[in-house]
Design a protein around this ligand. Structure first.
Ligand code: NAD
Length: 238
């Protein structure tokens, strides 16, 4: 446990994968965690919604405002990957990927700003990707969206520093989640090639990412803002 004081957090894309692991980790640390996902049913601190929808963000902000009165930690994690060469990347696919991954993070930061300003040691964590740092085949829309998330992180870190809000990103390598399995899990050969790309000789668990998130969102990281932390078993430095 990194944080003695319980915090109120919101994690998007929290139904499965990395977002789920981050939400579970925060809850284990005693935090109150709101989970926002297009596949969840509305329930206790669970909100069904689409990160591309301003109306859904407004509903969520109203609910957190009336129940908790403030927000200490926002994690913009929801994301999608569409793999295709450029000539097969339709405008609809491009718009969908940019919409969820980049516009969703922008809307999250803007919608939660007033609540974060009332928070204790407030911070935002964006989940970017190794694709923001390196070229990636057949991932043009995804890589562009994650490069945008990386830049958004630095821009907002500067802008929100006056409000005492830290803004950081993690850049996962390959993580064993439903997203990864939908792309790579179908052929043992492709999955094996992924392993070989990671100097630490394994791909990441979602919990590896959650551990980095727990640190960056804790007051142990009080002097870290504008950082993009690679959590990739050394893949980006190969
Ligand atoms: P996942 O597909 O396993 O889970 C994503 C979650 O986001 C799901 O619960 C899904 O319902 C939700 N979601 C998707 N679109 C949404 C929308 N429009 N509104 C609300 N919720 C939505 O993915 P994951 O692997 O856990 O990835 C989480 C984040 O990490 C993503 O931003 C992804 O780009 C990033 N990432 C993943 C990997 C990897 O290898 N898995 C690597 C680098 C970065």
């Amino acid at each position: 446990m990194l944080e003695a004081t319980p915090r109120t957090a919101l994690v998007t894309g929290a139904a499965v994968g990395i977002g789920h692991a981050i939400a579970e980790r925060f809850e284990r640390d005693g935090w109150a965690v709101y989970r926002f996902d297009r596949t969840l049913e509305d329930g206790a601190r669970a909100v069904r919604g689409d990160v591309r929808s301003e109306a859904d963000w407004k509903r969520l902000a109203d609910r957190i405002g009336s129940e908790a009165g403030q927000l200490d930690v926002l994690v913009n994690n929801a994301g999608i990957l569409r793999e295709a060469p450029l000539e097969d990347t339709s405008l609809a696919v491009w718009d969908e990927v940019i919409g969820v991954n980049l516009t969703g993070a922008f809307l999250g930061c803007r919608s939660m700003l007033a609540l974060l300003k009332r928070g204790d040691s407030p911070c935002i964590l964006n989940v970017a990707s190794i694709d923001a740092l390196r070229g990636s085949l057949r991932h043009s829309a995804y890589a562009a969206s994650k490069g945008g998330v990386d830049s958004l992180t630095r821009a907002l870190a500067l802008e929100l520093a006056n409000d005492g809000i830290r803004v950081n990103a993690i850049c996962p390598g390959t993580v064993d989640t439903p997203m990864f399995r939908s792309i790579h899990g179908n052929t043992a050969d492709r999955a094996q090639k992924r392993l070989a790309l990671h100097p630490l000789k394994r791909i990441s668990t979602a919990e590896d990412q959650a551990a980095a998130a727990a640190f960056l969102c804790s007051t142990e990281a009080a002097f870290i803002t504008g950082a993009s932390l690679s959590v990739d078993g050394g893949r980006a430095i190969r």
